[in-house]
Design a protein around this ligand. Structure first.
Ligand code: PGA
Length: 263
């Protein structure tokens, strides 16, 4: 596991974007696994900047997003359907600003008529694309990766999964306060890649920012491997794992600090 500690969010975003850019340059038709949430927004800004300055070409890249809320989503052939869908987030934050081909974009469809089958098909599509070369990840305050909430099997595959109370609390701000979605209408399930799916990526890159992630981050990196903190499964990753942190997120680390590089 490679740890890179950066002074702040801007450096973290730049380091992650440079890593993704390198992956695309060395394999122009690479398969990227992408994440949503507040942490990757700066990374996506930086990728857009590189694209606009003609340093990066996404025309052959394929993408697979980690997750989507059940019951909301976006049909790419229609106008945006629901504001909080991760599909919409991705289009606004990245896809509409770069030259990715729409047919190369994959996001679990929260509106799929048969979500269980859709999840199985999603796994097949990842395999057909040749597997994920670089998987970008965030970490939840409860240590989740994607929506693999505490208690998820570390061998899990893409599936429909209930959201943990802490995630619902974290979502309250976005759904209720910002978008006035009634509490009872906030999604309580998601379609998510499994921990096992994520562990099959060739290179997992987790980005972590802020003091509120320090505990979960220390548990994931230094703690025992446990389904209570699904990010700890990255310790089992057979390929390459890079964790890029800012100083606040790294503040809970002890012995592993001596292994970290400065970014
Ligand atoms: P955040 O979410 O980037 O909005 O903090 C990360 C996650 O829950 O995986």
């Amino acid at each position: 596991m490679e740890l890179i500690i950066t002074p702040d969010y801007n450096h973290l975003s730049q380091t992650a974007a440079d890593m993704i850019a390198e992956a695309i340059k060395s394999k122009p038709d690479c398969v990227l696994g992408l994440a949503t949430g507040s942490t990757p927004m700066g990374t996506y800004q930086e990728l857009i900047r590189k694209y606009q300055q003609q340093q990066l070409d996404f025309s052959q890249v394929k993408t697979f997003n980690l997750d989507e809320y059940l019951g909301i989503g976006m049909d790419l052939s229609l106008p945006y359907s629901q504001d909080q869908s991760y599909a919409r987030f991705m289009h606004e934050q990245l896809f509409s600003n770069i030259n990715l081909k729409p047919e190369n974009i994959h996001i679990p469809n929260g509106l799929a008529p048969d979500p269980d089958k859709h999840c199985q098909d999603y796994e097949k599509m990842i395999i057909e694309a040749g597997g994920i070369d670089l998987q970008l990840l965030g970490i939840g305050g409860n240590g989740h990766i994607a929506f693999n909430e505490p208690g998820s099997s570390l061998a899990s595959r893409t599936r429909v999964h209930p959201l943990h109370a802490k995630t619902l609390e974290d979502n309250y701000e976005m759904f209720y306060k910002k978008a006035k979605v009634a509490k009872q209408n906030m999604p309580s399930f998601a379609l998510t890649m499994g921990v096992g799916t994520i562990l099959e990526s060739r290179h997992a890159v987790m980005i972590v920012c802020g003091q509120n992630k320090a505990k979960a981050c220390a548990e994931a990196i230094e703690g025992p491997i446990t389904s209570k903190v699904t990010a700890s499964a990255l310790q089992l990753h057979p390929g390459k794992v890079t964790i890029i942190l800012d100083e606040s997120a790294a503040s809970g680390l002890t012995w592993s600090l001596s292994l970290a590089k400065k970014g």
